[in-house]
Design a protein around this ligand. Structure first.
Ligand code: ZN
Length: 507
């Protein structure tokens, strides 16, 4: 009984997909079909049709990691039941050539359909996908294979959900189930919430956004969440360069007792997962914290990534080599500048007082001083070694690790004080950041199929600072970025003290 119903199910899917198959047979694109016919089994079903294959062998691959989480996850471990078919439904031979790559012998067939299942846990985590009886969340890198050397092909996606389920992707409107992306990287970088969930549209001054919530919340707490999110995002848009898309989606999951509360940025959305219910005891502000940071701080941080790293990006971080670790010496700027700009947004929005800002910076200094790591690794070295961070090094690792998130944020504050000092308070960190963004993302000739602009190097950061202040910054970088050691807080904070005379403000 079970076998025959399974057989019927696959025959039906094959029939439906074969119609799609032939319609796309001559297109220079890759088409994906995603479904979850039995969510309780925790399996997504994916069919991937590749056309115009110029060779007799086709290689498809699962990513080993997801951008934003510098850790090898090997998503191939969640894949089962792989099959490959020709355009006339013949099963094609294939074999794995390494842990994440399938080589298909397509012979004279120029179009191939790859069919597979992906396991997704009921426990959500930012770097993977999840599936339960009534909801699912898609992180593209954990679900979709790509064609080796074919990531630049247009990628089409059709999502089929059980009756009564909703679909919300950062790539479209609520309920939209077909999407087109100009390449695989963009397909993989648009999250999708599926199932039964709360969602509401809202506007900032410049974009049409969505807020989506699953888990444990009250209507009152949702109102506060919407208010804070909207305020943060409106303020950010007033401080940062005009973004080149008109929509953004904020995905929240409040799931008590889950293991890994965290936030993760994508091109035009973020996912924040908290392990507490969304609550407010005083009815005026939210109580939630994630890893010791207030939820509003995490929202501001993830939203600023829309500019810093998703568009303005270091060399190697877009387009991505998903097959292995990619390295940058600039991770301190990716995370540090993002946090610091987030701090400025909270201040300007009124969600933080100046005292809140100083308390936060004091907390960051205390955290940094907990280990001797800042005397062991420079920010450039820590950026390069970020891939070692999640490998559970234990007490030894903690004693030698210098977190580029934290030290990077403090360095960016010192950079702001220096810029203000050098320009007699005519310029600040945001002037530098906006110049750098426009130069590298908006104006630079694209260096790949991926997005506008090109990836930057450390020298590009130095040059943008020099052009903002008309002063040489190599000494600052030598001391604070290229060398281990404690930041000379007193030296830079003195600029703020001197400001009583010259007008430089500390923040
Ligand atoms: Zn971040």
């Amino acid at each position: 009984m079970i076998v025959s119903s399974k057989k019927t199910f696959f025959n039906t899917l094959l029939l439906v997909s074969s119609l799609l198959f032939f319609s796309n047979m001559f297109a220079d694109e890759i088409s994906y079909s995603l479904s979850m016919p039995k969510p309780s089994t925790h399996y997504f079903h994916v069919q991937m049709i590749v056309s115009k294959i110029p060779t007799k062998m086709l290689e498809v691959q699962m990513p080993a990691w997801t951008p934003g989480v510098m850790s090898i996850t090997d998503f191939a471990r969640y894949i089962i039941d792989v099959n490959a078919y020709s355009s006339d439904h013949q099963k094609l031979p294939f074999h794995k050539i390494d842990k994440q790559t399938w080589q298909i012998e397509n012979g004279h067939y120029s179009s191939v359909m790859i069919d597979y299942q992906v396991y997704a846990s009921s426990q959500p985590a930012t770097n993977t996908s999840s599936l339960t009886n009534n909801s699912g969340f898609i992180n593209g890198t954990s679900v979709f294979m790509y064609v080796v050397n074919g990531k630049d092909s247009q990628s089409n996606l059709t999502v089929n959900v059980p009756q009564g389920w909703q679909i919300l992707s950062a790539a479209g409107k609520l309920g939209q189930h077909q999407f087109t992306f100009s390449n695989y990287d963009l397909l993989a970088d648009h999250s999708i919430q599926l199932g039964k969930f709360y969602s509401t549209p809202f506007n900032t001054d410049k974009t049409h956004d969505y807020l989506s919530v699953t888990g444990d919340y009250t209507q009152q707490s949702i109102k506060l969440l919407l208010h804070e999110t909207q305020l943060i995002e409106k303020t950010a848009e007033s401080m940062l360069p005009l973004i080149d898309t008109k929509h953004y989606t904020n995905f929240f999951q409040f799931i008590p007792n889950i293991k890994d509360p965290d936030g993760l940025e994508h091109l035009d959305d973020f996912l924040i997962i908290d392990n507490q219910p969304l609550t407010s005891h005083d009815g005026k502000s939210l109580d939630n914290t994630i890893d010791g940071y207030p939820l509003m701080w995490v929202i501001a941080h993830e939203f600023v990534h829309r500019w810093n790293v998703k568009r303005l990006r270091p060399a190697n971080l877009g387009p991505f080599d998903y097959s292995k670790e990619v390295y940058t010496h600039s991770f301190w700027f990716v995370e540090g500048a993002t946090s610091y700009i987030g701090d400025l947004i909270l201040l300007k929005s009124g969600l933080w007082s100046k005292q809140d800002f100083y308390n936060h910076m004091s907390q960051q200094m205390t955290l940094l001083n907990k280990s001797r790591g800042q005397f062991v690794r420079s920010m450039e070295q820590a950026s390069f070694d970020i891939w070692l961070k999640d490998q559970k090094g234990g007490p030894f690792w903690n004693s030698v690790w210098s977190d580029p998130h934290i030290k990077g944020e403090l360095i960016c504050w010192m950079m702001d004080l220096s810029i203000r000092h050098l320009t007699h308070n005519k310029k600040n960190f945001l002037d530098f950041f906006n110049l750098f963004y426009n130069r590298m993302y908006v104006q630079a000739k694209p260096d790949s199929y991926y997005l506008k602009g090109r990836g930057y190097t450390t020298q590009d950061i130095v040059q943008a600072l020099q052009d903002t202040t008309q002063t040489d910054w190599h000494e600052f970088f030598k001391k604070n970025i290229a060398s281990p050691g404690q930041i000379a807080y007193g030296y830079y904070l003195q600029y703020a003290k001197d400001s009583q005379r010259c007008g430089v403000r500390c923040i």
